[in-house]
Design a protein around this ligand. Structure first.
Ligand SMILES: NC(=O)c1ccc[n+]([C@@H]2O[C@H](COP(=O)([O-])OP(=O)(O)OC[C@H]3O[C@@H](n4cnc5c(N)ncnc54)[C@H](O)[C@@H]3O)[C@@H](O)[C@H]2O)c1
Length: 248
């Protein structure tokens, strides 16, 4: 299908990696719907304007991906309005860092609800339509931390490791339905999420990256875009690491 006809849903598209993903798909003229859950609409409006300035048919909605019912209704609306759904990018994510000894039940639940249950909710709602059209691409953003763990991030690491297992399982189930599912695991990327890290933690990570620099959101977006392209038609159930060599 020509790119300009594809309908792409990106969760967490207001800023950071999600915004870069929206803009990467926009370069090909795709139709884009992105979700966000920021306290205000400033970043989302900015992304929307960037897309519309490029002549892209785009909309956004403030919606918590951890709400199963809201997500289900949202996807129904998208399919009704855009008459299809071709690509889902599960990108929404939060951190609720604390050392394990001090981690509260609430911190655990919040990270798991947004990062892992959110991906389940969106994939579940999207797949219903993708199965009918016998095609679809699901790309979920994991993290290097899901592979190697991290001090202060037991909840986040569990959610991101969960994304890998989830992706591989649905990839197996959906392979004969024309739907691929892959994960992208970024390392240390230059976004608000990492800009807020204490300098000591930043330096610790930087020292372990063979390329000696943080990654840019666009470098993650490029891989996501490619996984959704025709060139990746025989790739499913994979975790692609984008981390400057931090984990090999
Ligand atoms: N920045 C990094 O170094 C890095 C590394 C590895 C993985 N990741 C992952 O990449 C993804 C994007 O990270 P980022 O750094 O761009 O983050 P960010 O904080 O810049 O953006 C997060 C996005 O998620 C949205 N979001 C948050 N809670 C939500 C909810 N409940 N429902 C819907 N949307 C919600 C926000 O509105 C925002 O659009 C996340 O899944 C993150 O875990 C980031």
């Amino acid at each position: 299908m020509p790119e300009s006809k594809r309908v792409v849903v990106v969760t967490g598209g207001s800023k950071g990696i999600g915004r870069a993903i929206c803009l990467r798909f926009a370069r090909e003229g795709a139709r884009i719907v992105f979700l966000h859950y920021d306290p205000d609409d400033v970043a989302a409006d900015e992304t929307l304007k960037l897309l519309q300035d490029r002549g892209i048919e785009a909309t956004t909605k403030k919606l918590d991906v951890s709400s199963f019912a809201d997500v289900e209704e949202f996807f129904r609306e998208v399919v009704e309005e855009f008459q299809g759904l071709d690509v889902l990018v599960n990108n929404s994510g939060i951190t609720r860092d604390a050392l394990f000894l001090r981690m509260s039940e609430d911190q655990w639940d919040q990270a798991l609800s947004v990062n892992l249950k959110g991906a389940f909710n969106c994939a579940k709602a999207a797949v219903r339509f993708m199965v009918k059209q016998r095609s679809g691409r699901i790309i979920s953003i994991s993290s290097v931390v899901g592979q190697i763990g991290n001090i202060g991030q037991a909840n986040y690491a569990a959610s991101k490791a969960g994304i890998m297992g989830f992706t591989k399982s649905i990839a197996r189930e959906l392979a004969t339905r024309g739907i691929t599912a892959n994960a992208v695991a970024p390392g240390f990327i230059n976004t608000e999420m990492t800009r807020n890290l204490p300098e000591k933690a930043r330096d610790f990570f930087l020292n372990q990256i063979p390329m000696g620099r943080v990654g840019e959101p666009e470098e993650v977006a490029e891989v996501v875009y490619w996984l959704a392209s025709e060139g990746a038609s025989y790739i499913t159930g994979q975790v692609i690491h984008v981390n400057g060599g931090l984990y090999m």
